[in-house]
Design a protein around this ligand. Structure first.
Ligand code: SF4
Length: 79
């Protein structure tokens, strides 16, 4: 992930009007799958248990999981 990415809205290229109406913006972009009512794909998403199947297919969610796994590796095993 480029260091300049500040949250899901940049990764997903959410247009300004969408990000500004999204409850994940600006503070919860790194844990957006835990935020109900996000504006992913331009539509208000449901509560967390109902949107998780969609999030598990999302490239941002997968990238966050990848980084978590990387951070938990012993230092000598990191890429
Ligand atoms: S689909 Fe889920 S993981 Fe992807 S940006 Fe939206 S809330 Fe975040």
């Amino acid at each position: 992930m480029p260091a300049s990415i500040r949250g899901c809205w940049e990764w997903m290229n959410c247009p300004r009007h969408l990000r500004e109406s999204c409850p994940a913006f600006p503070r919860f972009g790194y844990i957006c799958w835990l935020v109900p009512g996000t504006m992913c794909g331009g539509c208000k998403q449901p509560r967390v248990p109902d949107k998780l199947p969609m999030c598990k297919e999302c490239s941002w969610y997968k990238e966050m999981l990848r980084l978590d796994r990387e951070a938990l590796k012993p230092v000598e095993a990191r890429e």
